[in-house]
Design a protein around this ligand. Structure first.
Ligand SMILES: Cc1cc2nc3c(=O)[nH]c(=O)nc-3n(C[C@H](O)[C@H](O)[C@H](O)COP(=O)(O)OP(=O)(O)OC[C@H]3O[C@@H](n4cnc5c(N)ncnc54)[C@H](O)[C@@H]3O)c2cc1C
Length: 371
């Protein structure tokens, strides 16, 4: 009998497995996919690390998490600076002085602020009724029309006027010439890819891929004393209270016989008529000099049972339903629910590591897990 059966070889499951193994516990890690690393899986395609499930940039403000992850990899100095394409125009992201000077020919923060404010004032929106009004009241017409509207409509598969205002709480505007997308002090891409991090975490631990929990546990119900479950919480409970909803993604990857396709790792396409939201050119995450390149187009799509659930839709209906599943989960003895699917929330990688370490601290009744 194992001490822990860990369902999901993603970041949450792997951090938990690494820490439990370090404490002398016998673990079995399973994943229904045919590989480890979950959504952070990267694979080598002609010496280029390809992010199979979408672009992943590690960034954090938490020094302890940064030190923790650096045990397993050396990070490069990649800084995420996406570019947006709208019709024939190219803009820097996030919205900053480079964006504003290109859009309006302004030179100073004062001019940019005045331009935005005059557009907001003309709209006269007091209480935004939907996402469109919310965005317009925060950034004015031009930034909304060119850089937010089409992209958001593709992401959610419906018009911004039909989306609730709460989806966009803030739209940070930066009045400096700074294209660094993230504000966090620590950022980079692991040299050799993310899969190598997970391989290191799982060193010396039994792992079975292409293994579904529900089938395995039917055959061997007494396999482990405890379960760490990072799959979908509603699936665990056989959808007895109803299904939680997600947005899904479809990726189309091409290996091209050219050196440099778009000159940047991430290029967003903000026009609604173009069906993909972005093109990732993987080699630029790693300053690659290979004589070929690999690009991936990312298409948002409706989620249906059986397709990959990428983004939880945290609206009122789903959050209420999740709370009911969470209440059931709390009664489930000897099962720890974790990760983006087990907790039905969007988690960046640093937050998933922090959550897994928190679960370890609780499980082993320790005051701290670092050091
Ligand atoms: C498109 C996209 C881009 C992202 N970009 C970033 C980024 O730039 N920076 C950042 O910090 N974060 C990013 N993230 C978030 C990041 O992917 C997550 O933080 C992280 O992958 C979550 O790890 P996890 O272990 O919770 O889930 P997962 O990686 O999904 O692991 C769960 C695993 O459980 C397995 N599983 C599920 N059910 C079963 C079952 N019944 N039996 C066996 N196995 C099962 C699944 O196959 C999966 O491998 C991004 C996410 C997406 C979707």
């Amino acid at each position: 009998m194992y001490d822990y059966l860990i369902v999901g070889a993603g970041l949450f499951g792997s951090v938990f497995a690494y820490e439990a193994n370090k404490r002398g516990k016998r673990c079995l890690v399973i994943d229904k996919r045919d590989h480890i690393a979950g959504n952070i899986y990267t694979e080598d395609v002609g010496d280029i690390q390809v992010h199979r499930y979408g672009a992943h940039i590690f960034h954090t403000s938490n020094k302890e998490i940064w030190d923790y992850v650096n045990q397993f990899a050396t990070f490069n100095h990649y800084i995420n600076s996406p570019v947006a394409v709208y019709k024939e125009e190219l803009y820097n992201l996030p919205f900053n002085m480079n964006t504003f000077s290109k859009m309006w020919g302004v030179h100073t923060p004062k001019e940019a602020k005045a331009k935005i404010q005059s557009q907001i004032d003309q709209l006269n929106i007091s209480t935004p009724k939907n996402l469109e009004e919310q965005a317009l009241s925060l950034v004015g017409t031009d930034v909304y029309e060119k850089l937010i509207k089409g992209y958001t409509e593709k992401q959610w598969g419906r018009d911004c006027t039909e989306l609730p205002a709460f989806i966009i709480k803030r739209l940070p505007l930066r009045f400096t010439f700074d294209n660094n997308y993230f504000n966090d002090p620590y950022q980079g891409i692991p040299k050799g890819g993310y899969t190598a991090i997970i391989e290191k975490m799982l060193e010396g631990i039994e792992v079975q891929t292409s293994t579904d929990y529900f089938e395995l546990i039917k055959e061997k119900p007494a396999l482990a004393k405890k379960i760490v479950f990072t799959g979908m919480i509603d699936e665990y409970f056989a959808y007895q209270l109803g299904e939680l909803q997600y947005r899904s993604l479809r990726f189309e990857t091409e290996d091209l016989p050219e050196e440099n396709y778009q000159g940047n790792a991430v290029v967003n396409y903000t026009q609604r008529e173009i069906p993909y939201t972005r093109i990732i050119e993987h080699k630029h995450f790693d300053f690659g000099k290979q004589d070929h390149t690999v690009i991936t187009r990312e298409y948002p799509s409706e989620w249906e049972k059986g397709s990959e659930p990428y983004y939880p839709i945290n609206d009122e209906r789903n959050n209420t339903l999740y709370e009911k599943y969470h209440a059931l989960a709390q009664k489930e003895q000897n099962v720890i629910f974790g990760g983006r699917l087990g907790q039905y929330r969007y988690y960046d990688m640093d937050k998933v590591i922090a959550a897994a370490l928190e679960a370890v601290k609780e499980e082993f009744s320790e005051d701290h897990v670092f050091g």
